[in-house]
Write a protein of this length. Structure first.
Length: 439
């Protein structure tokens, strides 16, 4: 059997697709590209915007054209949040919600059964499957420790799609990290839908800080990176743990979402701009070379020209290494969809472009700070020009000439100059050519 998988949306969806793929590989299933003929097409949907919904259905129609006799199975966030919309499409054979991996596997391999299988994840604490996800060409492993969210920001459909916040027990996390080390991974990224909520649902309850202390003491992997963490959940205790241990990479993604206090209130965020600025200053005071990234939504309902000017000025004054800009679009089922004061689409795009240009400037400026620095770099793959490329601990992309055996090794890198936002230099103090642990 040949199965093709298409994944829409975020890294959490990419993680879930990798788990699906691993399960199918264990059953002897052959993976096909989505533009090839296959017996089954699996679409891991996103529902963060209405456009994502439309794209999910477009992929279902495309799959049916590729093979009219194929089975088309929909899963992911749209399948969970609005299964009726998918089930009404003639091209769709099965709709399987999140947290039902066995049902999804049966729908893919056997067909039959109920056409729609979706649990209420606001009432059911579905288990989390632990698996290492490695993006193509990369040597970092992503490990999902937490699923779901209880925050209910006004713009976000995630609590409906992903359900209650739930966590992986610390002993299972440590066992997974040990297994990754045995497979030769040199870096692990701890991820979750709402990572700051880690441990509150466990019995006995624990916290992200307690888990990080355990990892600092016991992890055999010496590069540990955190994924996105809400600003109000980066406590002084966590900052102290990160600063005290050299295994944690100096890189944090702290979603701001808007740089204007009245907009943050309308978004139902749990901090203001003063809190965010003070947090960034405390973090950089404790760990000076940290790369701080963020997410920004532009054109949120009610955002006036004056508010956007304050927003832009606030972000301009922050010592950020990079940020992602998202033009606001209506998401049915969220509180924000009912708010007045819609911003015209053309104006949203203008504001988004202004922020993106600022982001490129900040990304380049952060790289130039390290244009003559010596950094610890995990080498990953060959770039298009033949040079090796990798990431520094503080999330800078680097390129250098080097031999193939250095892939998946952490080396000392001496930067000489910057190309765009990429550091160029040479590898110094190379490990032995036959060093263990390479891929």
């Amino acid at each position: 059997m040949r199965v093709a998988i298409a994944t829409l949306g975020c890294k959490v969806n990419q993680y879930d697709s990798a788990v699906i793929e691993a399960r199918l590989a264990a059953r002897g299933v052959e993976r096909a590209d989505f533009d090839e003929a296959a017996e089954v097409y699996v679409i891991n949907t996103c529902t963060v915007t209405d456009r994502a919904d439309v794209e999910s259905l477009r992929l279902a129609r495309r799959a049916r054209r590729l093979n009219p006799k194929a089975r088309v199975v929909m899963t992911g966030c749209l399948a969970q949040a609005n299964p009726a919309r998918l089930a009404s499409a003639a091209e769709v054979d099965a709709v399987i919600g999140l947290g039902r991996p066995d049902d999804l596997e049966r729908a893919i391999l056997e067909g039959g059964g109920e056409r729609v299988m979706v649990s209420n994840l606001r009432k059911v604490r579905a288990p989390i499957e632990l698996a290492a996800v490695t993006p193509a060409g990369r040597t970092r492993a992503f490990l999902k420790l937490q699923e779901g969210c209880d925050q209910f920001c006004t713009f976000c459909i995630v609590p409906t799609a992903r359900g209650l916040s739930r966590s992986v027990e610390p002993r299972r996390v440590m066992a997974a990290i040990d297994a990754l080390a045995a497979r030769g991974f040199k870096e692990v990224v701890l991820s979750g839908v709402h990572l700051g909520g880690y441990g509150k649902d466990l019995a006995p309850a624990t916290s992200l800080a307690a888990l990080l202390e355990m990892i600092a003491e016991r992890s055999p992997i010496r590069r540990v990176r955190l994924s996105s963490l809400d600003p109000e959940e980066l406590s002084d205790q966590i900052i102290g743990i990160l600063a005290a241990s050299d295994i944690f990479c100096p890189h944090l993604h702290l979603p701001l979402q808007a740089g204007e206090d009245r907009t943050l209130v309308r978004m139902r965020r749990r901090y203001d701009t003063g809190f965010y600025r003070a947090l960034v200053e405390r973090l950089l005071g404790a760990i000076p070379d940290t790369a701080i990234g963020t997410d920004l939504i532009v054109g949120f309902p009610g955002e006036t020209q004056d508010e956007f000017r304050r927003y832009f000025k606030f972000v301009e004054g922050l010592p950020l290494a990079y940020f992602h800009v998202f033009p606001y679009s209506v998401r049915a089922g969220t509180t924000a969809a009912k708010l007045d004061g819609r911003v015209a689409p053309g104006e949203i795009q203008r504001r988004a472009q202004a922020l993106r240009e600022l982001g490129e400037h900040k990304r380049g400026a952060f790289a130039r700070r390290f244009s003559a620095a010596r950094l610890q770099v995990l080498l990953e793959e060959r770039a298009a020009d033949g040079r090796l490329t990798g990431l520094s601990r503080n999330y800078l992309r680097v390129v250098a000439v080097g031999r193939d055996e250095l892939r998946n090794h952490e080396v000392e890198f001496q930067a000489s100059h910057v190309e765009g936002a990429t550091l160029v230099g040479e590898i110094v103090g190379q490990p032995p050519a036959r060093a263990a642990g390479g891929f």
